[in-house]
Design a protein around this ligand. Structure first.
Ligand SMILES: C=C(O[C@@H]1C=C(C(=O)O)C=C[C@H]1O)C(=O)O
Ligand SMILES: [Mg+2]
Length: 459
């Protein structure tokens, strides 16, 4: 089955076969500050999303919802999302003169890290696959801006062109003023959830890594309580300033907002070109240039971190080889430096076979040993049993797919869930046979920092 290229199934529509169809129109607009597109529509709070890739090539901001694809308890979630997306697109009229990825109808959302683990109260607002199509979307693609308007009509209506024009002009007439950010929301409490227990579990896991199981990623949570309600706009702005070379994302769902700044790409698909990333192995940044390089060199030469990294490379390579005609992967890692941390990094390039899709790749890759472990099934069983945490959307694929099947998903780490005046933030690390419990604990503390700072809880 091919993705829609903007076809209207006119005959079926005329026969009244469909009870609803999507009308979508794209216009090019004068570039302006993209964040204002998010911040200016505070009346849509709870129904917005934000996405920016590390190179700022593709920025997508959605407001409103015209279609939700929420799937729970499904054996093959990824394929279920793909099928629902294709079915939805089949009854559509797309008016798009611009041949760019990420322009026109886009499905945005994320998956639960492990749908097999029982959901707790914390994540009750999110489905295992939590996706939606916005009503309005700003796409900034290599500096050019486009506005997509999507409308789902219940009835077949010959006036759809006129109706979408009206929706568009109402949108431009609408004046919403940005609420000023509230600076200095005081942090009242910071609770390390099961901190000591986490160390205990890590100790036990390390002692049991000599057999088939080689690596397990264990994560923990920190709950922050602030005096006033946390403003997504403020946190986004902070993340954009402080973590600009990361994927910056926000997904609002009512009073919840899952937000973060992840350095880790899961997969990007542009035509038949696909990219993935192996990211595992960590060390702090240095306080000056010399110290920073010294730490980087130490990380590159460190056996424990190289082993931790290599499991990821081996697994991603073999997953990519299953669906690609060609896979390119460097023989040794380099360094990726973020504000608070540096990682071992191996980029992966591939040429996807025509019959394969973005969702298929996600299905094969998630969870990589960077977030699950190795071998995958055993590691997942261990996490399910031992980890005292419902990861929800943390550590899972989050991103977007457009109507032609192109798109990008990050691994949603360095993230947190905002709930009014409180937030849970999450961090994990790769446990291998020669892991040291205290060092791993410190590594997770370092990974909390970007979100702590962005929320306003720590400098
Ligand atoms: C699990 C996280 O990060 C992952 C674990 C890493 C490690 O253990 O060295 C490094 C990068 C990520 O793949 C996290 O940030 O929560
Ligand atoms: Mg590590």
């Amino acid at each position: 089955m091919k993705y829609s290229k903007g076809l209207l199934v006119d005959d079926k529509v005329k026969q009244g076969k469909y009870s609803s169809f999507l009308v979508s129109k794209v216009i090019k607009i004068e570039p302006k500050d993209y964040l204002s597109f998010f911040t200016n529509y505070s009346s849509y709070k709870g129904k917005r999303f934000f996405w920016k890739d590390p190179s700022s090539e593709n920025i997508l901001i959605g407001i409103g919802r015209c279609k939700e694809i929420y799937i729970n308890k499904q054996k093959d979630l990824y394929m279920a999302v793909e099928q629902s997306w294709r079915d939805f697109l089949e009854n559509s009229k797309l008016m798009n003169d611009f041949n760019r990825i990420g322009v026109g109808p886009v499905l945005f959302g994320g998956f639960s890290f492990d749908p097999e683990k029982p959901k707790t109260e914390l994540w009750k607002s999110f489905a295992d696959a939590h996706f939606f199509v916005p009503e309005f979307m700003l796409s900034e693609i290599n500096g050019e801006q486009f506005l997509t308007v999507n409308m789902v009509m219940d009835e077949i209506d010959v006036n759809y062109e006129q109706e979408i024009e009206e929706k568009l002009s109402l949108f431009f007439d609408r004046k919403e003023n940005m609420k000023p950010y509230m600076e200095g929301n005081p942090l009242i409490n910071s609770i390390e959830v099961n901190g000591e227990k986490w160390k205990h579990v890590v100790g036990n896991v390390v002692a049991n890594l000599n057999g088939m199981l080689k690596k397990v990623v264990l994560a923990r949570e920190c709950r922050l309580v602030f005096k006033e309600e946390i403003q997504t706009e403020f946190v986004l702005d902070q993340l954009l300033r402080e973590q600009n070379n990361s994927y910056i994302f926000a997904l609002e769902e009512g009073d919840n907002c899952f937000i973060g700044a992840s350095p880790e790409r899961l997969v990007k698909k542009t035509g038949n070109k696909v990219l993935s990333t192996c990211l595992a192995g960590s060390i702090p940044r240095g306080e000056n240039e010399e110290r920073d390089q010294e730490l980087g060199a130490r990380l590159l030469a460190d056996e424990k971190n190289r082993t931790e990294h290599q499991y990821v490379v081996n697994m991603i390579q073999s997953a990519m080889e299953m669906v690609c005609k060609q896979v390119e992967i460097p023989t040794a890692p380099s360094l990726m430096k973020m504000r608070d941390i540096q990682h071992l990094y191996t980029p992966v390039k591939g040429i996807l076979r025509e019959t394969e899709s973005l969702m298929e790749l996600i299905r094969l890759l998630h969870p990589t040993p960077a977030l699950g472990g190795f071998p995958q099934r055993l590691a997942m069983e261990k996490i399910r049993k031992e980890e005292q945490l419902d990861r929800g959307l943390y550590g899972a694929p989050l991103g977007w797919i457009d109507y032609q099947g192109n798109g990008e998903f990050a691994v949603s780490i360095r993230s947190g869930l905002i709930q009014k005046n409180e937030a849970s933030i999450f961090a994990g690390c790769g446990i291998v046979a020669n892991s040291d419990v205290e060092l791993e604990y410190k590594e997770t503390a370092m990974k909390f920092r970007p979100m702590q700072r962005a929320l306003g809880g720590k400098k």
